[in-house]
Design a binder for this molecule. Structure first.
Ligand code: PPY
Length: 350
């Protein structure tokens, strides 16, 4: 635990035990250098508190880099709520309300939005006491709604740039893309890719979603265990993190990895491993910035939806081009290049 915390390099960690539900609320304020720490609230079961802690630390640092690369005036933070497996729906609502009170008490030290396990409807509940520090409330409650479509738009823009630069394909027709996960980001990404004429296959664990994409849309289904061995041009991880590691990277049969999931690399060394295989990895926080950037832009900077879409596409495009150039010129991994760009921004600010 001490190692985890000292390697983190963040500013503050708030640990709150919610006695009525037995849940643990961990809020990682990684950096407020560029602006108030901002990041989603992840709510799930973890095998132990240590796993929840490791997740919040890594995710909050990712938010710092996510905002720093495009130079957006927000800092990095994240909340993880470790819930017991048997939490009842009624207890869940009450927990969210108490969590909202905590967000309110922090008075803007941490701003939040949805993440794995929380929705826009949950943001409405958190905002009862946590407003104005809550993004992505439903449109009925005055928010900009879910961040999935803007995230997917940025990932799509990233795939386009990578295909253009790495494969020399300015158009996506016939480009073979494997989308892993068909949730709010993966599902929307599939729509963009279909429209562009990509040759798609998908992986998913939810039976109903499998039926929809395989039987109704006619896409080829790839079972989870075969994702890494599937021959394709682009592999887009849009489900959970940690999919790229010492075991999976040697098996990959793609030219590009670009997807929406956070924390795709299991460990730092995986960035070099993937580069050594001649595969271009579009750093996760660079291409999945769309939701965070677009929604914070709309709700706190007054951007219109069209402006947000434009800024998301442009930011991802510009960052990836620079990363490609830097990693080539300096012989470093794409992840190391992205980190350098982020560090430059963080040390530039006064
Ligand atoms: C992320 O991009 O990982 C997020 O945490 C999403 C998000 C969405 C809206 C506001 C803040 C963070």
């Amino acid at each position: 635990m001490e190692g985890l915390l000292s390697d983190w390099g963040g500013e503050r960690l708030l640990v709150h035990h919610d006695h009525p539900s037995g849940a643990w609320i961990l809020i990682g304020i990684h950096s407020s250098r560029l602006g108030p720490a901002t990041g989603g609230t992840r709510m799930q079961c973890y095998p132990d508190l240590q796993a929840a802690l490791a997740d919040v630390l890594r995710l909050s640092a990712g938010m710092t880099y996510k905002y720093a690369v495009p130079g957006f005036p927000r800092g990095g933070g994240k909340a993880v709520i470790r819930v017991p497996a048997d939490l009842e729906p009624g207890a869940r609502g009450a927990l969210l309300r108490r969590y909202g009170e905590l967000i309110g008490e922090l008075g803007g030290m941490f701003w939040t939005g949805p993440d794995v396990g929380t929705s826009s409807a949950d943001m409405d509940v958190i905002a009862e006491a946590g407003a104005p520090y809550v993004f992505c409330r439903t449109p009925e409650a005055g928010g900009a709604g879910t961040s999935g479509p803007l995230t997917a738009l940025g990932v799509y823009a990233g795939i386009r740039v990578a295909c253009q630069e790495v494969l020399g394909r300015a158009q996506l027709d016939g480009v073979r893309v494997l989308v892993q996960g068909t949730g709010s980001v993966g599902g929307k990404l599939i729509e963009h890719l279909r429209e562009a004429g990509a040759e798609l296959c998908f992986s998913e664990v939810d039976e109903r979603a499998i039926e929809h994409y395989r039987d109704q849309l006619g896409l080829r289904f790839v079972p989870s265990g075969e994702v890494c061995d599937t021959d394709c041009d682009v592999y887009a991880p849009c489900a959970l993190g940690g999919v790229l590691d010492a075991e999976t990277i040697p098996r990959l049969r793609c030219r590009i990895v670009a997807g929406g999931a956070n924390n795709q690399l299991a460990e730092e060394a995986d960035a070099e491993r993937i580069r050594a295989r001649g595969i271009f990895y579009a750093p996760d926080y660079v291409v999945n910035v769309g939701g965070a950037l677009g929604i914070t832009g709309i709700e706190s900077m007054g951007w219109s939806e069209a402006q947000a879409a434009e800024r998301v596409i442009e930011s991802v495009r510009e960052a990836l081009l620079r990363i490609l150039e830097m990693s080539e010129a300096q012989g470093i991994s794409s992840e190391a290049a992205a980190r350098r760009i982020a560090q430059e921004r963080l040390s530039d600010s006064t």
